[in-house]
Design a protein around this ligand. Structure first.
Ligand code: NDP
Length: 341
């Protein structure tokens, strides 16, 4: 089956692309710079040679009709592209508009040119469109599941900091998708994935100075292992498991018209720093030693705060990486990147 994928030049999209190719899908990757295709082509030479991976340039995802050509003939659309940067000058222009209009643009183009072929659209939303706390700490005093919606507003997001605006961009994009599907009485099913912090190996073109926003948390503590917030406790997911979920959602009736928090469980700055210190001290001896995730996450699991039952129900075959493996595999790659810098 043919899939239109956006965002394959980024952290999550590159992992989704690898998973789609591994599962033998035919992929049209919409990217905004032709030069970035070269790196991806070199990663997937067989798929390129067999015609299973082709590219379409969409320079501006907010331009009217941007995806009109790209959607033609697709059976599935996986929309990952959205700005995840926090050093922005204009919250509206740099975050809110591309997130919402990019999502709507994809859906409008489907309705215009592919409504008879596209069966399902998978959208990479975020746990940010679920979580409504003022700071990213789960306290266990309430339980977050897929019925909860973040209460941020566009108006506030224009004025507040970039982190609030980013969360809001994910919220308004997700809301716009559900509203569009309803208003248009669209035939396609939507699957919204709501991942929390995503860590893990980077398949995208990357150097030590261009690490993606979420892995910069690990990179930052790796340089300065000091905890700014000992109370911190949240949820995470490995990018490889999130990529698996994107692809396992395709044609999966249990995933149709659902939002799904994709996470195996908890993490925290303190546990992250513990792993970093052990890896710095013992290297591969620690990496290859016993999995100490249970021990590391005792406090966080006792605090709780998230109901992660749905992802297990929708994807019963998804075997999540252990927290330790996720962090160590990221650290190992960061070490290589720093050495090459
Ligand atoms: P990256 O920054 O690594 O990738 C972002 C991707 O989106 C890139 O392919 C980028 O293209 C594309 N993109 C960004 N802005 C635009 C734009 N204005 N027009 C066209 N394309 C654009 O981030 P991630 O891979 O981490 O994030 C991917 C998705 O996952 C986003 O929707 C993000 O909100 C979501 N997400 C990420 C989480 C995380 O912890 N990483 C957690 C929850 C959700 P280009 O290479 O051309 O810049």
């Amino acid at each position: 089956p043919k899939v239109l994928l956006t965002g394959s030049t980024g952290f999550i999209g590159a992992a989704v692309l690898a998973e789609l190719i591994a599962k033998d899908y035919t992929v049209v990757a919409a990217i905004r710079s032709a030069s970035k295709a070269e790196y991806i082509k070199a990663q997937h030479p067989d798929a390129v040679a067999s015609g299973k991976l082709t590219f379409v340039i969409v320079l501006d995802i907010t331009a009217p009709g941007a995806f009109d050509e790209a959607v033609k003939g697709a059976e599935y659309v996986v929309h990952v592209a959205s700005p995840f940067v926090l050093n922005v000058s204009d919250n509206e222009k740099d975050l809110l508009v591309p997130a919402r209009e990019g999502t709507l643009g994809v859906l409008r183009s489907i309705q215009k040119n592919a409504k008879d072929t596209v069966k399902q659209v998978v959208i990479t939303a975020s746990f940010a469109s679920v979580f409504d706390g003022p700071v990213y700490i789960l306290k266990g005093d309430r339980i977050y599941d897929e019925s909860v919606w973040c209460k941020n507003t566009w108006e506030e997001a224009v004025k507040k900091d970039a982190s609030y605006a980013y969360a809001t961009s994910k919220l308004v994009a997700e809301q716009a998708a559900w509203d569009f599907q309803k208003a248009e009485n669209a035939k396609f099913a939507i699957t919204v994935l709501n991942p929390p912090f995503v860590f893990g190996p980077m398949y995208q073109q990357v150097t030590a100075s261009t690490v993606n926003t979420s892995n910069q948390i690990i990179q930052g503590f790796n340089k300065t292992p000091e905890n700014p917030d000992p109370e911190h406790s949240f949820i995470e997911v490995d990018v490889r498991d999130l990529a698996y979920a994107h692809v396992a959602a395709l044609g999966n009736p249990k995933a149709e018209n659902q939002r799904i928090i994709v996470s195996p469980g908890y993490f925290s700055y303190s546990s992250l720093i513990e792993i970093i210190k052990k890896y710095q001290a013992e290297g591969e001896a620690y990496a290859k030693g016993p999995d100490d995730s249970d021990e590391l996450l005792k406090r966080e699991r006792a605090i709780g705060g998230a109901n992660l039952a749905k992802v297990k129900e929708v994807f019963p075959d998804l075997k999540f990486h252990s927290y330790k493996d996720t962090v160590v595999d990221t650290l190992r790659q960061l070490k290589e990147l720093e050495a090459a810098a």
